[in-house]
Design a binder for this molecule. Structure first.
Ligand code: ZN
Length: 283
């Protein structure tokens, strides 16, 4: 009988704790629902299942429905940016915030969703950093919190550290907006780049405020399957095509590309591991 009372007391304490700590509650619910979440399927196609043609990059670039961007750059300690890399960044709507050109529309859509749902402005604490700025940050903060120069994806302008009023950093999860961003950013092309419990893969502790653009349909595949960007790119076996819903994805060396004979849109991005990732949206 005594044992049951102890257990009951423990449950009450846990319930009270979860009631007052919104961020802890979110983490518990998110973890448990993750166990039951069904990952979006991605299937490897056999060569006979798809008709491909061979094209040069210059040929593809001349096509109106083909776009070259930097959306799928993998940047970490192992795959660093070199001096040869130039981030394709510009200023977001006269805000003084610089971000990669390919993420502007997605950020605008995510910020609009936060505004509409919670009447909150989604602010950007930190976005694009030059190599010099990263070096200065590393010098002032040390390597525990700042990445080595060349190893920070902020240098691509693809990552944003976001917050809402009164709720920044770890506290972002205490806000409804922060919980919404963490649970739904994949629908806007972003991922939580350093997820909970994946430090052994990413090398960086959980950062609920650091969102990274990868685009459609990659963000949904990564988030719904509980992957990190490292694992996702590793699973994109070179020179084959994967199908995800209405998209075909292929990772190739470049020079000449194998592309589907027919597509509505094609995006090509280098992945910083020596390959390019092709994302074809079928009609
Ligand atoms: Zn960050």
């Amino acid at each position: 009988m005594k044992k049951w009372k102890g257990l009951l007391l423990l449950l009450i304490v846990a319930a009270v704790f979860l009631y007052f700590r919104e961020d802890v509650r979110f983490r518990v619910v998110d973890t448990v629902s993750g166990w039951f979440r069904e990952g979006v399927e991605w299937t490897e196609l056999k060569p006979e299942d798809i008709k491909v043609v061979q094209k040069q990059l210059s040929q593809l670039m001349a096509e109106e429905n083909c776009r070259y961007d930097q959306s799928l750059m993998l940047v970490n300690e192992e795959y660093r940016l070199t001096d040869a890399y130039t981030a394709a960044v510009s200023e977001y709507k006269d805000s003084g915030v610089f971000m990669n050109d390919c993420i502007m529309d997605a950020y605008a859509a995510l910020a609009a969703a936060v505004q509409a749902r919670f009447d909150e402005k989604l602010y950007v604490m930190s976005s694009y950093r030059t190599a010099e700025e990263q070096e200065a940050l590393l010098a002032s903060e040390g390597s525990d919190t700042a990445a080595q120069t060349g190893a920070s994806e902020h240098q691509t302008g693809l990552a944003l550290d976001v917050y809402v009023q009164y709720y920044a950093g770890d506290g972002f999860l205490k806000s409804e907006a922060g919980q919404f961003v963490n649970a739904n950013c994949q629908d806007y092309g972003f991922i939580i780049r350093y997820p909970r419990g994946r430090e052994s893969v990413t090398g960086i502790r959980y950062e609920p405020w650091h969102i990274r653009y990868v685009g459609e349909p990659h963000a949904v595949v990564i988030a719904s399957n509980g992957l990190t960007l490292e694992e996702y790119i590793d699973r994109l076996k070179p020179d084959v095509f994967f199908q995800v819903g209405n998209y075909l994805i292929s990772r190739q060396r470049g020079g000449e590309f194998y592309v589907p004979a027919v597509y509505e849109e094609l995006t090509i991005s280098p992945d910083n591991t020596g390959y390019y990732i092709l994302t074809a949206k079928l009609s």
